[in-house]
Each structure stands twice: as structure tokens, then as C-alpha cells.
Ligand binder design. Sequence first.
Ligand SMILES: [Zn+2]
Length: 308
Amino acid sequence: MSTMSSISDDLVEPFEIEPFQLRGRLVRVGPMLDRIIAQHDYPTAVGIMLSEAIVLAIALASTLKYDGVFTLQTKGDGPIRLLVADVTTAGAVRGYAQYDAAKLAEIAGTGGTPSVPRLLGAGYLAFTVDQGEDTERYQGIVALEGATLAECIHHYFRQSEQIAAGIKVAVDRSADGTWRGGCLLVQKLPDGERSEFLGTREELEDGWRRALILMGSATSQELTDPELAPEDLLFRLFHEDGVRVFRTHSVRAECRCSRERIDRVLRSLPFDERQDLGEDDGSVTVTCQFCNAAYRFERDDVAAIAAG
Ligand SMILES: [Zn+2]
């Protein structure tokens, strides 16, 4: 099979299994994921969970039509209190985690595999789509139920009576410490987008079940391997059922913070909260939680903000 596009990494590849009215997304990320995780000094377990959240956010965002920001967030009472990953329509992605180092060390000491119940605890997973002021916010929320984040999302799909979907995620940290991730998502086309199916209902259902089995047969290695072209993986898995691939979209690590935004946040804080942020020399340094960039405001800047 020939490679159809020049992008081979940090991408989303849409595809359809036309005879069975199914559509899917293959997410393949390397340098952009590594950059986001490398901006923080996260313990491996936190890096794995955040990477999964980022890969899932990219996959889910790519199935929605929106103009703004898609956010996937988890909150729980486990060692990892918070995971946030967001994706803009233009493909800018960022993410961060908040965790309790002592609780995490306790768990690491007991062995066992990292899982949602152990690392995130009880809580919820939420998606939001923010398309700016004066627009309705789309929000979905589900309890953290499942061993992995992908399972929690399955649970969400089932509960919310959304279109049937299957999802498989892989995250890999190589020996040299670089992060890669991949994801396959397959879903039934919504009724309105279906063309006439000439076979029986059973044949349609068989096609759906087979696609899920084939998706499940993709190994973590295949999902993350930079040497395996995305098209080649899709053909390897689904060629017998007639897979058709579409133009890839690229994704990149990019934060939306700026000095102006931080300035606005500082201005919006009550006076005493601003005071709490200050150093002895009267300066204030604010660090972006997403990308770790530090913005320093000197005493005079702070005075100007206070003067409004
Ligand atoms: Zn930032």
C-alpha cells in the first residue's frame, strides 16, 4: 500500500468502512505528546494517564463538528486529582495533571498495574465544547467507572445513548524516555448520514461486530509504531471489509497562554488574593499550569494592576 500523505506522525486519520456504514479515526502521536509531557516532571504513572487523556481527547474531538475548544477532564479522590486535556478546532493540544506525590508513592510501593480506580479513585470524567461567549456549552459527564480511561468513555457512550462506538488506546514510553500514543475509534454512522444498505440487518450488525474485533486485534506496538504508516495499519486491519481513508489532520502541542491573558486573570482576582501571590520584592510570578511557562510581573506592573 502506498502512503497517501506526507504527514506520518502527530495526526488524525479519518476512515470509513463503507459497506457497513461505519466510520473511524486513527490517532497517531509522537513528538507533540512527548513535548507536552516533557514540559512537566511527572512520575511515569501520571505521564501514562495524562497521555491517555490527551490521545482520547484528540480522538473524540475529531469526531465532533465544533469551532472552539474541546476539553476532556477527570476529577477524582485518588492520587491523581485532576487530568485536563484540550484540543482546538485548529489542532492545538495541551494538557496537565495535578497529583498528590505522597499518595502516589504509597500506591507505587504496593505494586500492581496502574488503573483508573487506583490512580484516579472515585470521581467523574467530563467533556465540554466551548465555542465562545453567547453559545451553548455542550457537556457530557460520567462517573469514573472502568479500569482504563477508554473504558470510562465506553461507559459514557452506553449511558448517554450516543452512537455506538468502540475505542482502543495505547501509550508507550520508549527506553530513551520519549512518549508516543495511538488510538483507534470506530463508530456507527448516525442514521441521518447512512446510505441505503442493501444487505440484511444481521449482515450490518456482523460488519459492526467484526470491525470491533479487528480494532481490538491491533496491538499497542502497531498503534504507536512510527515506522508503520497509518494507512498501512488501517488496510492491514480492515481491507477485507473495504476501508476508505480520508485526508489526515495534523495536531500539535500548543498552549494558549500569554502575558495578556495572565494580566487579565490577575486583574480579575480580589486584592488580597493578588497579595498572596506576591514575593517579598513585590513582584508576582504566575506559572501556566498547562505548559509551565512563567510570567513575571515586577512591582511596578503589579502596582499598575492594583491601580486598575
Ligand atoms: Zn501555557
